[in-house]
Design a protein around this ligand. Structure first.
Ligand SMILES: [Zn+2]
Length: 861
């Protein structure tokens, strides 16, 4: 591997830029392989240094010419390389005019300006703008942008950019143009341009100050009818941000464009959001509840960025969590208000633990504010986003709802229109709340990687009526302890919470003790309610206490959590001894939860579910993947065998003929129906297989259709091949539904999984330049642990082959896949040898991208 360590960027090296750009006027004449860009930049010096050169970033540009203040510069007045254009002598104030060509059609990195199908579109975060033109491409350079787009009228009737449309017209018979102006200063990463022959749906939103905003969602023609849910979600998000944070939309128009080839989920470009089509298009026939839920959340997320990200942006990319952690927190709160709060919280924590906790335990772990990187694209991680959101949530808990709102108001009062740091955010929160002391909080949570662990003990003195809780932080010898809110509950035998005044304790010391008085009987201890701190809580419960909490705890998250722990411990017992008996008391407690009429179906679906494989892996030093898989199945099957009749009755009760709607009540019922059927399917009974197939054939919406299809593909039923064929014949022409067909197979434990995937990859259905397809096949397969880690090594080879191929044209995708090898140090010894060979093979890619290099070198180090 060629060393690229000299390219490490460090937070400590941050320097304000020598020059900034006040305004940008771009003219872009679109053509597939030779798009011409004229850029006029009003430049201002910020440094005191005389004659400092002006350095403009570049990537894959063809230079034509540069003028300064109207005069064409001679060769000896500038330098141009692959990575920059350097004007040797700058001025205090000047106008640069630069001309260059780009080649969007052959740009498969999907960064900068590129083609998705017949459409031109852009992705500029973090450093894509330098693939469009020469520019000081860093977030602390904020300018106003005006764009004139020129294109063929017939091929590209729709021409869009940021801001408001100020002019449009024809240039001649063939060409037309549009001029967009964005009055808000922004960094170049928020710049966007779209051109195509697009379908559109339109809507309106009246803001609280009675401004009428034009709302539009653009998509491929024919998909218009599938955009309505996204439009409604957008209106809800606009209203929610006004009601919750007093933030009102600021331009006259807000547009979303759905694009098929997109590396990310969605992008918050000012006034012109660009979305992966999978996060826009949905109707009952083609999308599942989960997709509707994701669309609502992501539409909200990108919209909320208009203030937290766009109006106030990051000073540099080390501050990424400033906008992402805060905006994820905002979208989670939005979703909680739109759906069942308790259920939403469990799902958000589950996502954190599935993706972020393993990252925190593995070779690519980093704090939410990293201090160095080689490729910033590698840091769009669950840590920056989801753990970042948990850190904001702790600020919210410590200050309370009103205190947090005061802090947000102060944040906008102090920093609107600026590029700032996480310290600035914490400063605003502090000064708005009597100078609340966040110093210990900030030093630990922002700068330390890894998931904190708490060891918790309790004691009860009946004579004194005192209940004591001891909480010890497990730290390295000299480490500063974390500061966190930790929510607890004391639960009596009937499931009622004892009154303990404040519902959370503040942990600041290495060793903490909390005493609760006037307690008459020993209560059950409910820990880290609502997952108030993103930590691992270590507490030894007696079996009976844990079963009681599983049956009684009033806090949905803690009740769910204790259920996970019990089931995971049974799997660990199984790993030690395959004949270990599953306690009768647990089997009965599980049944009580299943039959509990007080619990809503959505919560119940979560409570009765088994922990994921990854949850159990995190409890082990060395992971035997097949054994964990078998252990989970063993527990699940035992529960299903014992309670088959109850499960069957419940399944039949949960069916009904209601017209499909994405409303929490219906979603909960479908979730529970799906969970119950998955228990029944674990019995491998031919009658149940037949029932599942019948329900698959009769399904009236995609949630029911995909749920039954998925279970059949994951089973040994003789109906399986028929289901796979039938689903394909029905949906192969629909790109987004085809992805579901692929991921159901890629995640299947069935023995033929890899053969099937290899056949798919050799077929005409496969297009490696579409990231959604790589995600559906390769990323899904990488989390299909028993196959990915199969002792034959074929799973590792399958992913390594893909990485080596994809790295030649889309480094963002190949480095994302490289993270699948993150378990390298935890796989059994025999796997380590074969996995090591594949990682080594990747490291030897002759022109390895710095994206993949950074990940692979961390895994190997
Ligand atoms: Zn975001």
């Amino acid at each position: 591997m060629n060393s690229q360590d000299d390219k490490v960027k460090k937070l400590s090296d941050y320097k304000t830029p020598d020059y900034t750009v006040d305004s940008v006027y771009l003219t872009v004449e679109l053509s597939d392989s030779k798009t011409k860009v004229w850029s006029k930049l009003d430049i201002k010096k910020k440094t005191k240094e005389m004659n400092a050169p002006i350095i403009l970033d570049a990537n894959s540009l063809t230079f034509i010419s540069v003028k300064m203040d109207g005069k064409i510069l001679d060769n000896n007045e500038y330098q141009v390389t692959e990575n920059y254009l350097k004007i040797l002598k700058g001025k205090d104030v000047c106008v640069l005019e630069i001309e260059n060509y780009i080649d969007p059609a052959s740009n498969k990195t999907l960064e900068g300006l590129y083609k998705s199908g017949d459409m031109f579109c852009t992705q500029n975060e973090p450093e894509g703008f330098r693939r469009i033109t020469y520019y000081i491409d860093r977030p602390d350079v904020m300018a106003t942008f005006t764009t004139k787009i020129i294109a063929n009228k017939k091929l590209y009737p729709v021409l869009l950019s940021n801001g408001n449309l100020i002019e449009k017209g024809d240039l001649n018979k063939e060409l037309h143009f549009a001029v967009w102006h964005d009055p808000f200063r922004k960094p170049s990463y928020l710049y966007a341009l779209v051109a195509g022959d697009l379908g559109v749906i339109k809507g309106e939103y009246l803001t609280r100050s009675k401004r009428l905003i034009d709302l539009r969602i653009y998509c491929d023609k024919g998909n218009e009818s599938r955009c309505h849910f996204a439009l409604e979600s957008l209106k809800k998000a606009m209203k929610w941000d006004e009601d919750t944070f007093g933030l009102e939309y600021d331009l006259d128009i807000f547009m979303i464009v759905a694009v098929d080839s997109f590396n990310m989920g969605a992008m918050e470009n000012k006034g012109l959001n660009i979305f992966n089509s999978s996060l826009v298009l949905a109707d009952a026939k083609t999308a599942t509840d989960l997709q509707f839920q994701r669309i609502e959340g992501v539409v909200g997320h990108e919209y909320f960025h208009n203030y937290t990200g766009n109006r106030i942006t990051c000073r540099d990319w080390f501050q990424l969590t400033l906008k992402e952690g805060l905006t994820v927190f905002r979208d989670q709160e939005f979703s909680s208000d739109m759906n069942f709060r308790g259920v939403q919280r469990i799902q958000d924590v589950e996502a954190l633990r599935e993706l972020q906790f393993p990252e925190d335990q593995g070779p690519t772990k980093h704090p939410i504010k990293p201090s160095s990187y080689i490729e910033i694209n590698n840091f769009y991680t669950p840590t920056i986003y989801d753990k970042g959101s948990e850190v904001i949530r702790m600020v919210h808990t410590l200050l309370g709802k009103d205190g947090f709102r005061r802090g947000m108001d102060k944040y906008f009062e102090l920093f609107d229109g600026q590029a700032v740091t996480t310290n600035d955010f914490i400063h605003a929160m502090s000064v708005a709340n009597n100078n609340y002391d966040f110093s210990q909080f900030e030093q630990t949570w922002y700068h330390r990687a890894g998931t904190p662990k708490l060891e918790i003990k309790s004691s009860f003195d009946e004579g004194k009526g005192e209940f004591r809780i001891f909480i010890r932080q497990l730290l390295e010898s000299n480490e500063l302890p974390f500061h966190m809110p930790y929510r607890i509950g004391l639960v009596d035998e009937s499931g009622c919470d004892l009154d303990i005044k404040k519902d959370f304790v503040e942990i600041k010391e290495k060793e903490n003790e909390f005493v609760f008085k006037n307690i008459k009987r020993k209560p059950y201890l409910s820990l880290n309610r609502d997952f108030s701190a993103p930590v691992i809580s270590l507490h030894e419960y007696s079996h009976l206490d844990s079963y009681s909490l599983f049956k009684l705890d009033s806090n949905p998250f803690s009740r769910y959590e204790i259920g996970r722990k019990i089931a995971a411990n049974l799997v660990l017992d199984y790993l030690n001894n395959h004949d270990a008996v599953i306690p009768h008391d647990y089997i009965e407690a599980w049944k009580e939860v299943l039959m509990d009429k007080r619990v809503d179906p959505a919560t119940k679906a979560l409570l009765i579910s088994m922990p994921s494989e990854s949850y159990v892996h995190q409890l082990l030093e060395v992971v035997s993947y097949q054994e964990v898989f078998d252990g989970l199945n063993h527990v699940k099957k035992t529960l299903a065998q014992t309670h088959q009749n109850e499960l069957m009755d419940l399944y039949e009760q949960l069916k009904d003929d209601e017209q499909y709607q994405f409303i929490p009540k219906q979603v909960g019922r479908r979730d529970l129906k799906s969970e119950v059927l998955s228990y029944l399917m674990s019995l491998e009974d031919n009658n149940i297989f037949a029932k599942c197939y019948e329900d698959f054939e009769n399904a009236k919406n995609m949630t029911d259709e995909y749920m039954t299809f998925h279970l059949l593909v994951h089973s040994n039923s003789n109906k399986r091949p028929m289901a796979i064929e039938k689903f394909y014949n029905r949906w192969s022409k629909d790109n987004l539904v085809l992805m579901k067909w692929l991921s159901a197979q890629a995640s299947s434990p069935h023995a033929d999984t890899l053969d099937r995937l290899n056949k798919i990859i050799a077929s005409t259905d496969y297009d490696k330049t579409v990231p959604n397809m790589i995600r559906a096949i390769h990323r899904t397969f990488g989390r299909n642990y028993i196959h990915f880690h199969h002792p034959s090594g074929l799973g590792y080879k399958f992913i390594a082959d893909a990485i080596i191929d994809i790295d030649t044209f889309n480094p963002s995708m190949s480095s994302a896949l490289s993270k699948l090898f993150g378990d390298f140090k935890r796989v059994p010894a025999e796997n380590r040898v074969i996995m090591g060979k594949e990682i080594y093979r990747i490291s030897k890619i002759p022109k390895i991208s710095k994206n993949t290099y950074e990940i692979i070198s961390k895994i190997l180090s």
